[in-house]
Design a protein. Structure first.
Length: 481
């Protein structure tokens, strides 16, 4: 098992939309992974050592949210630890100039990992007129494009020592947010203009996970695809009704589902879910016989002699009384037992439990913990820690290749595709460009000054890269007309 949990960094790791052209108006909804399945035509830069390719660089401050591009502007969130400041920042796409910065009125800062987490992790969303940001420390905030606050909806606090999960996404005139935690998980829709709750659907069986919902259109109707622990489900965006579900996901889910036509591709991996190496808990009676030293019928943290349980004690102790009872124990045991690490291709038709009907294929190796795969030209590309890139045939799930990137280490950013290239960014700050060709070919690999958690954004003939403190815009010469 890994010694350091990674799921607190999920939000900065996924792709967001990047619309072509800085000055466009009336943009479609832009949010976390809203460009899934869209390959940019470019031409896009692939040599980041060349200073002539760098259009501008702007210091923006710390934060792990991926930027979004809308109406000629770039929006992102930041956190300044010294004065505990959460903020939303708007940047001019042409010049890199900071247009405005609005601080969030947070009375507290949510708990995150002390060395690797960030309270500014959720990616913003934009409907062309309004910008929506989410901080687990205070909730959802809506600004107009000039930075004037229009409304705020308080949410939290959440039972999760690694911070709140998921980014806001948009469908029709609603802002959607999924919050799956140790207790009181829910899916919520707010009116985009007024900030009023349209509906709120409890998810009583959902435990902590961090995937952002996606929109899937089937038979002319939209559905919300919500990936959570153990299960992918479809919801009606009009009223929040749960329509169908498919079991077989990991116990912690971070990647977003990817809808392509009538198929949904879903990757999920968490420690202890691999076949042949699954985490299990003893039956409650056996656990008491082994560790209940004072015979009170409960287990304190000091009594337990299993590191896997001790590491998860806080999330198992649902009532936070410092003792585990049988109901709390059995709940976690069931999560371990049902968890599966794999990539699934799913074609859901109908209502209710579609587990036995909808899964077209399943692939169990190379599955990433954080990055969402990218699907393009009948191939699914995914990267996991160590820089292992796996390519699968989307129609069959057949393995085409396993290759290693020149940059090992952890990967939080999702791969993005454009101009015949796949871009991979490592936590250590190495951006590697691979040719979108049948034979593996690395085009370039560049080490940036600072770590990378947010996904690179492709926009027209430009690529935007966010490092720990900076936002950089690289540009290629426009294609000849």
């Amino acid at each position: 098992m890994r010694s350091i949990p990674k799921y607190f960094l999920f939000l900065g790791s996924l792709t967001v939309a990047a619309h072509i052209g800085w000055a466009e108006t009336g943009s479609p909804a832009t949010f976390f992974r809203s460009d899934a399945g869209i390959a940019r035509t470019g031409p896009l830069p692939d040599q980041f050592d060349a200073p002539t390719k760098l259009r501008w660089r702007t210091l923006v401050g710390s934060g792990q949210s991926t930027p979004i591009v809308a109406n000629g502007r770039i929006f992102l969130t930041t956190y300044h630890a010294a004065d505990r400041e959460l903020a939303t920042v708007a940047i001019d796409g042409e010049s890199g100039k900071v247009l405005w910065k609005q601080k969030a009125s947070a009375d507290r800062i949510e708990e995150t990992h002390p060395t690797m987490g960030s309270p500014a992790a959720a990616t913003p969303a934009c409907d062309g007129e309004r910008v929506f940001v989410f901080f687990g420390s205070c909730g959802l905030i809506c600004y107009d494009l000039e930075g004037r606050k229009l409304w705020e909806h308080t949410l939290g606090s959440f039972r999760d020592e690694y911070g709140a999960g998921s980014s806001p996404m948009l469908v029709d005139d609603k802002v959607i947010l999924c919050e799956d935690h140790d207790l009181d998980s829910f899916l919520i829709a707010l009116d985009a203009r007024a900030g009023k709750v349209v509906w709120k659907t409890p998810r009583p069986n959902a435990v902590r996970s961090y995937a952002t919902p996606m929109v899937w259109t089937t038979d002319g109707r939209k559905q919300l695809l919500v990936a959570g622990a153990l299960e992918l489900a479809g919801y009606d965006p009009a009223n929040g009704e749960k329509l169908w579900w498919v079991n077989g996901l990991a116990r912690i889910v971070i990647p977003a589902p990817i809808p392509v036509g009538d198929t949904i591709f879903m990757a999920s991996w968490a420690p202890g879910g691999d076949t042949g190496a699954k985490l299990t808990l003893d039956p409650w009676k056996t656990a008491l016989e082994k560790w209940d030293k004072n015979s009170d019928g409960k287990l304190s943290k000091d009594e337990i002699g299993d590191g896997a349980v001790v590491d998860r004690y806080n999330r198992m102790d649902l009532d936070q009384d410092g003792l585990l009872n049988q109901a709390e124990w059995d709940r976690q045991a069931a999560v371990f037992r049902r968890a599966e690490n794999a990539v699934l291709a799913i074609k859901p038709v109908g209502r209710g439990d579609l587990t036995d009907k909808a899964v077209v294929w399943k692939y169990r190796r190379g599955t990433p913990y954080v990055p969402t795969p990218v699907v393009h030209n009948g191939l699914l590309w995914m990267v996991k820690d160590g820089g292992l890139v796996t390519r699968l045939e989307t129609a069959s799930g057949r393995l085409l290749s396993d290759e290693r990137l020149p940059a090992p280490g952890s990967y939080y950013a999702s791969p993005v595709v454009g101009d015949g290239k796949i871009y991979f960014a490592s936590e250590a700050g190495v951006l590697t460009v691979v040719a979108d060709e049948p034979v593996w070919r690395v085009i370039s690999s560049h080490k940036f000054d600072g770590k990378i958690y947010g996904t690179p954004v492709l926009n027209g003939n430009r690529i935007i890269v966010r490092t720990e403190e900076s936002l950089l815009c690289y540009e290629s010469e426009p294609a000849a007309q």
